[in-house]
Every structure is written in C-alpha cells, then in structure tokens.
Design a protein around this ligand. Sequence first.
Ligand code: F6R
Length: 601
Amino acid sequence: MCGIVGYIGNQDSKEILLKGLEKLEYRGYDSAGIATMNQDGVHIFKEKGRIAELREIVDGNVEATTGIGHTRWATHGEPSQLNAHPHQSVSTRFTIVHNGVIENYVQLKREFLQDVELKSDTDTEVVVQVIEKFIAKGLEVEEAFRQTLSILKGSYAIGLLDEQNPDVIYVAKNKSPLLIGLGDGSFNVIASDAMAMLQVTDQYVEIMDKEMVFVERETVIIKDLQGNVIERAPYKAELDASDIEKGTYPHYMLKEIDEQPLVTRRIIEKYRNENGEITVDHEIIDAVNASDRIYIIAAGTSYHAGLIGKQFIESWAKIPVEVHIASEFSYNMPLLSANPLFVFISQSGETADSRAVLVQIKELGHKSLTVTNVQGSTLSREADYTLLLHAGPEIAVASTKAYTAQLAVLSILAAVAAQGKGRTLEFDLTKELGIVANAMEVLCDQKEEMEAIAKEYFPTTRNAFFIGRSVDYYVGLEGALKLKEISYIQAEGFAGGELKHGTIALIEQGTPVIALATQEHVNLSIRGNVKEVVARGANPCIISMKGLEEEDDRFVLPTVHEQLSPLAAVIPLQLISYYAALHRDCDVDKPRNLAKSVTVE
Ligand code: F6R
C-alpha cells in the first residue's frame, strides 16, 4: 500500500520517478506526487488520481538529478491534492514521502507541533514537521532524523530530501517494505518494490527495520539507530522485464489468468528433486511433521487458498489444521496445541495483518512457515521457513495466478508431509498437477464462452450468489470475491446447504446463482440446492466437472483429480469476473478503493 521511489544521480530524475511510480501503481492509486531537487530548490508536483494525471502537471522544463516520488492509498485524510505526498516542513527545507501508518501521530502533534499549522490531514506531515523541530533545537540532520525515527510508533518506509544538501536521500523503514537499488557508480535509487526500478538496475540491497540509510550518487551508507555502520551485500532481482509488462494483453489480470498453466508447470519443476520426486526442504518437512496442529493465517484470496490447503493437509497427511483470518486472530486466539506450526499464506509477503500475527506467535516461541510469491518479503524474512510460489510478479490487484500457485504449493506440502508420515497417496500428485495444467490451458482458451456467460448473467444485476459444497464452497468464496472486487456487483459465496438458513430470502426473479458441481459425493445435494433457488426465481449457472454433468449445466470443466478441482474450477470464475467488470466499464486492474499489498492493519 502506497509506493515509494527515489533517484539520485546525473540524469534528470522526473521520467525515472514517473516510470517507477507507474510500476508501483498497483500499491495505491488515489493520488501521486514527485519532488525533484536542483540548485533552485525543491519542486513539487502532486495530483489527485492516477500517475497519468500526475504526468500532465509535471513541468517538463524543471530538470533535477535528485528526486523522490509516491503513489498513495489513503489511510489518514481523504484522497486529495493536499493530502498527496510529498509533504514539506514549514520552512520547506525538508520534503518527505512515506508509506505506512504513524500510530502515535496525534501524540507527536500534541507534544511537538502545538504551534505548527499543518497543511494536510496526514500522519506523514507530522514526521517531517518533527524533524524540522529537532533541527530548530540545533541538531544536525542525521541526528534529527535518527531522533525522529526513534519516537515513531507504527510502520514506515520513508524517503526524505533536505534542500540544503542535494547530495543525499535520507531513507528509513520499519515494517513497510523499501529497497535500495545500486546503480553503476554514478547513481542509486530507492523503491518499495524492485520492479519499479528494474528500468535502471537489477542490483538491490535490503534495508532492515529500524535502519537509516544515506543514499548518495556514488555510495550507500546503512546505519542502525545507534549509528553503527552496517555492511550488506546486494542481490540480483530475479525479475524479467517481460514479467512486469502487459505485452499484448489489454489488462494484467487477463495476462495473469493466462499464465496459470505455465506457473503450475513451473511449480512442479521447482519442487522436484533429481529423481523426479516432489520434495521441499528437509527442515520444512521436519517442522510440519513435528507439529501436532497447523494454524494457517491469511487474508482475502490467500485465506480462501488456506481453506483448501487445510483439506489437502488433513486428508493426505492427517495433521489437524485450523485456518484463521489474520486480522481476527489476535482477538480470537484459539487455545493452541502443544506443538503448533504457523503457516502464513501471502502472495505479497507484506500483509500487515498477517505480519502482526507472526510477531505475536514468534514472541510465544512458535515455529512459522511463509508461503509467498516474494522472496525477501517481510513475512518470508521473519518466518523460520519459506516456500515460494514461483508465480512471477502479480500486478493486477485481483489475485489470480497467486491463488492457484498457493493451491499447487500447498498440495505439494501436504503430499510431502504425508510421505514423511509414511502415508502413500493413492495418486501421483506430479502427474495430476500436470493434468490440471493442461485443463487450465483448455479453460483459458474458452474466453468467448466466459464472456458470453458474463454478458448473460451480469449485464446490470446488482447481486449474485456462488454456491457449492465441500471444496466447491471455498472456490465459490473466491469466485464471489473476484466478482465483487472488480465489477462492484455484490457477490457472496455460500455453502449450498446453508443458503436456506436465511440468505435464500434474497433470491428474487433473475438473481444469478453460480453453482459449482465438481465433487461426486455432494453432486446430488448441490443440485438439490440449485432446484431450491430456481423454485424462487433464481437464474442458475451450473459449472460442473466432466463425468458429473447434466443436461442444463452451463459449463463443463475438463476432468481433473477431484481433490485438485479448485485449481481448474476457479479459472472460469476469474474469467467471468474479468468480463463482467470489462462490460461494466470498470477498471479491471485497479478497482476502486483497493490496493495490492495491504501494508496497514
Ligand atoms: C483479492 C486479493 C486480496 C489478497 C489479500 C491478501 O484478489 O488479492 O484479497 O489476497 O489482500 O494479500 P496477500 O496474499 O498479499 O497477503
């Protein structure tokens, strides 16, 4: 949430910053701004709306080789030009961009800024004003920055400019992501995500929480808050420029849906040993098998993947699993078993709600495993073990390929854990995942059919229901989330048997009900539930699996292993949502009010 970039070098910084922000727009897109600094001082351009709108107001004549930029997802203060970053201190000497939430900003305001008239409603402005207060007390900039950081509570990634020193960008982070990108010796950059600055470098250095970094043209100095210098080796960002471009696709979401067969095959390869057997690190197998109960913690789509992961682990490895919504876990912490293992599922690896649980359970001394798409992300760094999704960057706000990658990786984890417990699966998982990948390809080729369904069922409707039983229920939850987040149709997923306990009251003439029928043991019951809603006027759309289909089914999935059916069944739901949103003129990749990587609790 919110994206930060910065550049200090010999070239004009405007275009580099704007291009970087375009790549970070998935992190928030309600307002954006840049500040560039040259011998004439600091020049700020900021605007409500998208980077495209910011571009229009940036003065092409202002040339400056140092700059910072920000794209915002509002937390404190409405999206507006005034609340957009960068923010400046009263004297305009200091200019800041910030991602995160300063939890004690009200106290800081009361303690330090009684006489300052703040220009915005943001928590961020407080930080830059406090720095200036420390300067007024006679502190040097580094010390003022350090003292300010040491009194901040909450999360932050900060880029700061000092008008009196155009040769440095002051940088710091706590809980929010921020990387330093190393240039060729004549420049350096900062970015919330390496993909923003891949345009100029693929060499990055991680910053840890509560460190300060002084980014100059030729050098980067990292210090802890005690002032000790820290050496850290850079790493190469394993990102291909084509991974982060749309190519010929109209939207990232469609590209990412289409990538699912490839990602599934890649996962099979990544988790195969030299003998062709699926495997994960021994340490992870041991941790799973040493646990008497697994607690899956996740949010949104990742939570939906966790519900299906529970089925894999319980039915194959026979380890009890609980799945918890991250944001609720702290308040409703269950009685924990004697040897729990916590599994965090997070595409971004940055979700603040999940991270809060990780911090809490680490304090209790419990082991943790993160299943994530982003190596080096906060949840990956801070957990004991990591399993990577290998899905490639997911840029559309609505998660698609990360979800199926999560299911594939969780199935591998479950199968390996089962083997570790001396249990033999009745099928060859590698082969079955291969069949799933083929089925995904067939499904991705049926876009016209999905578009027709979207047009038929969701032209103007305000609401929709997704029903299913067993794992189909969980896939329905994900289908409903996809539809609502990008098309703004109120969509809810329900267990087929639960509908008549209240929600059926909402069924009216023509209400779309998408029913999934991929599970033989509940096929008759879900079809019974469809009849119940049809009797009350619903417009049913049954999506079944080959072998279970009936005459009026609207769409039939190719056969895959029944337990792996969610990996295939979700694809029509993703595509139907995509086309429903498209036909309603919604911004598919950047739906309103949302942002990817939810870094605030
Ligand atoms: C929905 C979606 C969100 C995320 C959720 C968790 O399409 O993307 O529901 O799944 O915000 O994010 P991660 O997986 O990054 O922790």
